[in-house]
Design a protein around this ligand. Structure first.
Ligand SMILES: NC(=O)c1ccc[n+]([C@@H]2O[C@H](COP(=O)([O-])OP(=O)(O)OC[C@H]3O[C@@H](n4cnc5c(N)ncnc54)[C@H](OP(=O)(O)O)[C@@H]3O)[C@@H](O)[C@H]2O)c1
Length: 321
């Protein structure tokens, strides 16, 4: 990995943020705006379905973006993924292939493809380094999503090798943030726990049920930190290998629930539904590569929980559910 790579993105560059209304895409939009970028472009999926190749290419032909950040994806939790592997595979493959092909075809200066830590094998040694990519089988419950994301890494590598495109791919850990998807069931653990705890307080419940033993460990990063890392990587990273974006530490789900309960004001007891699966015990990533370039997260988990709960309270009418 080159550590001396530097790339300046002009503030008038046209940056297409695919998925700009999503949790991560909207955070990236805010981060770029804060940095003075004033020529950002985004489209809702209802206006531009990125699975549609012709529509995607027409959009690039009209808009002529200089940079692409691909934060558009069909995203879901373990149950949502397990129920629809074909949709997660097909939708994500089509979106990213169309976007990256168009980025190559229209000669974009740089593109960033956002994958996920689930591209790594369940057998990878911990903490999971980028070198574990393709060394074993991925988690079965979300194999459709994981294989689509892994293919995105290969497409970035192939476009770099064949056409010299300065495209990169980055793999964030589990994320949370403003505009998260609070759907129950089918969503991610963090927003589901937050919403369920909030509703438990409202209902006056004296017990809260945690699915599984709650002893699994997960690495959580605020989406605003991923947005910061995305801008950082476009400026500082130019390699075909995926690069991890992690928090650097994990938290036990029981502890996460306790922290949320403190913020939300749930004072009851906790019990466990042991019929529910736990998933892998730990999947912490090794984020040494991005750290060695000089990036680190800025939002700690306790602050992050409070910030997101404040957002959740302020957006009771409109949050995704
Ligand atoms: N959330 C996590 O924990 C996590 C962890 C690791 C990596 N990531 C990655 O981060 C990226 C963003 O995830 P997120 O959590 O921000 O998801 P999200 O909140 O669900 O946002 C996904 C975005 O993708 C857009 N999209 C979906 N289908 C589309 C289609 N057919 N055409 C056009 N746009 C479409 C949606 O647009 P509309 O809103 O307009 O429909 C939405 O803005 C994804 O690549 C994901 O794999 C997420």
């Amino acid at each position: 990995m080159r550590t001396d790579f530097r790339h300046e993105i002009p503030t008038d560059a046209k940056v297409f943020i695919a998925g700009h209304r999503g949790m991560v895409g909207s955070a990236i939009w805010r981060r770029f705006e804060a940095e003075g970028y004033h020529n950002l472009v985004g489209r809702r999926s209802s206006d531009l379905d990125l699975r549609d190749r012709d529509a995607t290419f027409d959009f690039f032909a009209q808009q002529k973006p200089d940079y692409l950040i691909d934060a558009a994806a069909k995203v879901g939790g373990i149950y949502g993924n397990d129920a629809a592997p074909a949709d997660f595979l097909s939708d994500n493959l089509r979106m990213q292939v169309n976007l990256l092909d168009a980025a190559k075809e229209f000669g974009l200066t740089r593109a960033l493809f956002l994958g996920s830590s689930c591209i790594y094998p369940t057998t990878a040694p911990l903490p999971i380094s980028e070198d574990s990519f393709m060394t074993g089988p991925v988690e079965q419950t979300n194999f459709g999503y994981a294989i689509a994301k892994a293919t995105g890494v290969f497409q970035v590598q192939a476009l770099r090798q064949q056409y010299g495109c300065s495209f990169i791919s980055a793999m964030p850990c589990n994320l949370y943030g403003f505009g998260d998807n609070f759907t129950i069931p089918g969503g991610h653990a963090f927003p589901m726990l937050m919403r369920r705890l909030h509703e438990a307080v409202q209902a006056g419940d004296d017990d809260f049920l945690i699915y599984g033993t709650g002893t699994t460990l997960r690495e959580y990063l605020h989406a605003d930190d991923v947005a910061d890392a995305s801008l950082f990587l476009l400026r500082r990273y130019d390699d075909g290998a995926p690069i991890n974006i992690g928090a650097g530490s994990e938290i036990e789900i029981n502890k996460l629930v306790a922290m949320m309960a403190d913020v939300i004001g749930f004072e009851g007891s906790f019990s466990h539904d042991l019929s529910k699966p736990d998933g892998v015990k730990s999947k912490i990533m090794d984020s040494g590569r991005i750290r060695s370039l000089g990036w680190e997260p800025k939002i700690g988990l306790s602050d992050g929980i409070r910030l997101v709960y404040d957002w959740f309270l302020a957006n009771q009418d409109s949050y995704r559910r």
